[in-house]
Write a protein that binds this ligand. Structure first.
Ligand SMILES: [Zn+2]
Length: 75
């Protein structure tokens, strides 16, 4: 219940505002300065997502609401 921090390297399902990118990704905390400032000011973490297949570029600054950790065996 509620939101929780997602450790770097977690497999997640993206279901945010880019339907063409929906699906499995590998999440890392977003390393950019803007997201670093946001985290320092509000404690909110945003994420960078990598396509495990490497076929599409990653997404950056992704809200926690837009991703759900994927548990292997759920599919
Ligand atoms: Zn960022």
């Amino acid at each position: 219940m509620g939101e929780s921090f997602i450790p770097a390297g977690t497999l997640v399902i993206y279901h945010g505002s880019r339907p063409d990118r929906h699906g499995l990704h590998i999440a890392m905390p977003c390393p950019c300065g803007d997201c670093g400032s946001l985290k320092a000011l509000s404690g909110e973490t945003r994420y960078t997502l990598q396509d495990p297949s490497g076929l599409t570029p990653g997404l950056s600054h992704v809200h926690r609401d837009s991703i759900t950790p994927h548990h292997r065996g759920d599919e």
